[in-house]
Design a binder for this molecule. Structure first.
Ligand code: SF4
Length: 373
């Protein structure tokens, strides 16, 4: 796309078109009731009512004080459900999974909300016909995708989180000031693609999992070392343009939203406690969940990142991911006797998914007690 293209102006006009909806269709209460039924949990409720700690049998659970669905995710899922209610029979598409959670995504599939198919990594927009409904996910869509859709006579339901739009507007400002945006993220992640599509000149600095290790020196960790690179860049710019002019040449801003920050802060507090192990629950492609796992790993407490209860069992066994995405298995992950476990969940994880995982743990520990008798 031409770097002079005014993405913000385009988005403004796009959002004013008659087939664009960002506010829902007036079924909010009914849908929230349904979501309450499908996604909330009595176990999480009990934990919250008891100061985030409760004991079931020989398992004490300590829940991170900020966890689970953020407002952006909740409202995106609600809008998708509302759209199905509003257009019960029409073809309905998603440009990407609505949020990074397999349980919710499966539920939408059951409602016949389909992802636009991919062919060799390219989205096949040809399948979308006039009159169809297209939902843009919580983390937004890339500008070129919106351009393609604007040329088709389709109903758009835009569930992009307002905090994501805030980030887009910032990189858009960089473009006007002829700044180059350095984006730290996985370039194949849809959030990064969407953000970059709003930038002018940009560099995406990838994550370790994406073969970044081939291009860097041994032991380089982008998560911590990039801060040093950023500081070096700032210093170099200061030397070149003078300290007094630095603001015209270097801007740094954090794209972490409050909800993500709160979950990380709560995790930092949780790991200070005396725990036998930690369960981090969230989609395996969820970036914010990977950071929760990272905090747990740094603490040295055994920590297991799972995306659903199906990763537990059969028996006392778990299949989980590490912070950079390696998949591992462990036998006898639950120690014998009374245990205390820490629990958290990413911003796109329904409480129900956490409950299902906990129920599996309770069942395993109950079996252990029965066998000991
Ligand atoms: S994690 Fe933050 S940016 Fe993402 S949907 Fe939630 S509130 Fe919005």
């Amino acid at each position: 796309m031409d770097s002079d293209f005014d993405a913000k102006e385009f988005r403004k006009n796009f959002s004013r078109s008659k087939n664009y909806n960002r506010k829902g269709f007036g079924h909010k209460e009914e849908i929230l009731e349904l979501m309450n039924h499908e996604y909330t949990s009595d176990i999480i409720k009990t934990l919250k009512e008891n100061g985030y700690e409760h004991t079931w049998g020989n398992v004490t659970v300590r829940l991170a004080k900020a966890n689970g669905f953020c407002f952006g995710v909740e409202s995106a899922v609600q809008m998708a459900y509302e759209s199905r209610k509003q257009f019960p029979t029409g073809k309905m598409w998603l440009t990407n999974e609505i949020i990074h959670n397999p349980t919710v995504n499966k539920r939408l599939e059951e409602m016949n909300v389909q992802n636009i198919p991919l062919d060799q990594g390219k989205k096949q927009f040809e399948v979308v016909n006039a009159g169809d409904v297209v939902i843009l996910p919580a983390f937004g869509a890339a500008v070129d995708e919106m351009l393609t859709l604007s040329e088709k006579n389709v109903q758009i339901v835009d569930t992009t989180c307002p905090l994501v739009i805030k980030v887009w507007n910032t990189v858009e400002k960089h473009k006007k000031g002829e700044f180059t945006s350095i984006i730290h993220g996985k370039y194949s992640h849809e959030e990064t693609v969407a953000t970059a599509s709003n930038a002018g000149k940009y560099v995406i600095v990838k994550n370790m999992t994406e073969k970044f290790k081939l291009a860097i020196s041994e032991g380089f960790d982008p998560d911590s070392d990039l801060i040093k690179v950023e500081k070096l860049l700032e210093k170099t710019m200061m030397r070149k343009y003078g300290v007094e002019n630095i603001n015209e040449h270097f801007i740094r801003f954090n794209t972490i939203c409050n909800a993500t920050q709160e979950r990380q802060d709560a995790m930092n507090k949780l790991v200070e406690q005396d725990l036998d192990l930690i369960l981090v629950i969230g989609g395996w492609n969820s970036s914010n969940t990977s950071h929760l796992q990272e905090i747990a790993e740094k603490s040295g407490i055994p920590s297991y990142w799972i995306d659903s209860e199906q990763r537990i069992g059969p028996g006392n066994r778990i299949e989980y991911k590490l912070k950079h995405g390696e998949q591992v298995e462990k036998e006898n992950f639950l120690p014998e006797g009374p245990i205390t476990i820490g629990v958290t969940s990413g911003a796109s994880t329904p409480d129900k998914v956490v409950e299902e995982a906990l129920v599996k743990v309770f069942d395993l520990k109950r079996e252990e007690l029965l066998q000991a008798k």
